[in-house]
Design a protein around this ligand. Structure first.
Ligand SMILES: NC(=O)c1ccc[n+]([C@@H]2O[C@H](COP(=O)([O-])OP(=O)(O)OC[C@H]3O[C@@H](n4cnc5c(N)ncnc54)[C@H](O)[C@@H]3O)[C@@H](O)[C@H]2O)c1
Length: 326
């Protein structure tokens, strides 16, 4: 009997390919452009396993097109690209990659926080323009980071990593979440659990770390932005649709907040055109977890999730382990 068949929508990394190729006859999508939807549906049709990225939707349509599919493993911690309930109905185990990207993503939230607060990108552009006249007292004044109040919305793995780093900057840390963290975690991170309203009103930097869910879509709305201080910055390394981009543009235009640094967008890969020309905005291409080490770990984890079932085990990071027919 031949090996079961898998589709990987990217060539992944050699470490991950080694795991997949041992178990499967794997079809890798290797072209530079993302796999077109029609091609994905055609290629997944005869496959038993799928390793995909957050750019591929695993929904009723795909699952119906892939009657042999047993597992769909996304190379991401966020799994808003996967309809988990539909997977369960189709007896497909859905899996993601939690834990391995926490520190790298927290590092990047801090990269953005410091860059927007201290106007790093504006400074870089000025130097490259050849027009900098030399030092002066009032050039590119930003907001201090040290000693300020950091507001974290979504105090899970990544949110806590962001809080841990704030201690070195002697910041006051406020957080809101749909569930309060254990007291020992609050104590260790010196973080105070408050209503989101207070996070918005009191923080100098508001950083987002909630998953994209129906109730977090546009969590940062006109109303939420209206509560922020005019000197405060918004940092988004969660999913783009958590922020209402039109409302953000309006808040920036009205100087209701001081700036924003974004790594995710409402309609990726598109960006709201009004954000592009603004100096008080930093835009990065969804790279918060993009270190060599972490992206490799994510691909390896997804590969392990994909092969587990075929070794008679439950995928270690299953979102619906009950769908597994072992
Ligand atoms: N930009 C990137 O490259 C990148 C990288 C990694 C993760 N992410 C995003 O970050 C998200 C968080 O990742 P994580 O590993 O920390 O997840 P997590 O599950 O550990 O933490 C999420 C937290 O959000 C809280 N939450 C859920 N719904 C909420 C609501 N309505 N209001 C307030 N809090 C709510 C949860 O209770 C949890 O504490 C991911 O889902 C993903 O979308 C983005």
């Amino acid at each position: 009997m031949g090996k079961p068949k898998a589709l990987a929508t990217r060539p992944l990394f050699p470490e991950a390919r080694a795991i997949l190729d041992q178990q499967f006859e794997t079809d890798y999508w290797t072209l530079t452009e993302r796999i077109p939807r029609a091609e994905l549906l055609a290629r997944v049709a005869e496959k038993e396993a799928l390793v995909c990225l957050l750019t591929e939707k695993v929904d009723e349509e795909l699952l119906s097109a892939a009657p042999k599919l047993c597992v769909a493993a996304t190379v991401s911690v966020g799994y808003d690209n996967i309809d988990v309930a539909a997977c369960t109905r189709h007896k497909v185990v859905a899996a993601h990659t939690p834990g391995v990207l926490d520190e790298t993503t927290a590092d990047f939230a801090w990269t953005l926080l410091m860059a927007i607060g201290r106007r790093l990108v504006e400074g870089d552009a000025w130097m490259r323009s050849g027009t900098w006249p030399g030092w002066d007292l009032d050039q590119l004044l930003g907001g201090d980071v040290w000693g300020k109040t950091l507001g974290i919305i979504g105090f899970g793995r990544i949110g806590r990593g962001v809080a841990r780093r704030a201690r070195g900057f002697q910041m006051r840390v406020l957080y809101s979440d749909s569930a309060r963290a254990p007291l020992d975690v609050e104590r260790e991170l010196q973080a105070e659990f408050v209503e989101m309203d207070r996070v918005l009103r009191e923080s100098d930097f508001v950083t987002l770390h909630v998953p994209l869910l129906p109730d977090t879509r546009h969590l940062i709305s006109t109303e939420a932005l209206g509560k922020m201080k005019p000197t405060a910055y918004l940092i988004n390394t969660a999913r783009g649709p958590v922020v209402d981009e039109a409302a953000l543009v309006q808040a920036l235009e009205r100087e209701q907040i001081a700036g924003a640094a974004l790594d995710g967008y409402e309609h990726e890969p598109k960006v709201h055109p009004a954000l592009v020309s603004r100096k008080d905005v930093i835009l990065t291409p969804h790279i918060a977890s993009a270190s060599v080490e972490t992206r490799t770990k994510m691909a390896v984890m997804a590969a392990k999730n994909a092969v587990a079932l075929f070794k008679g085990k439950r995928p270690p990071n299953a979102l619906n382990a009950e769908a597994a027919v072992l």
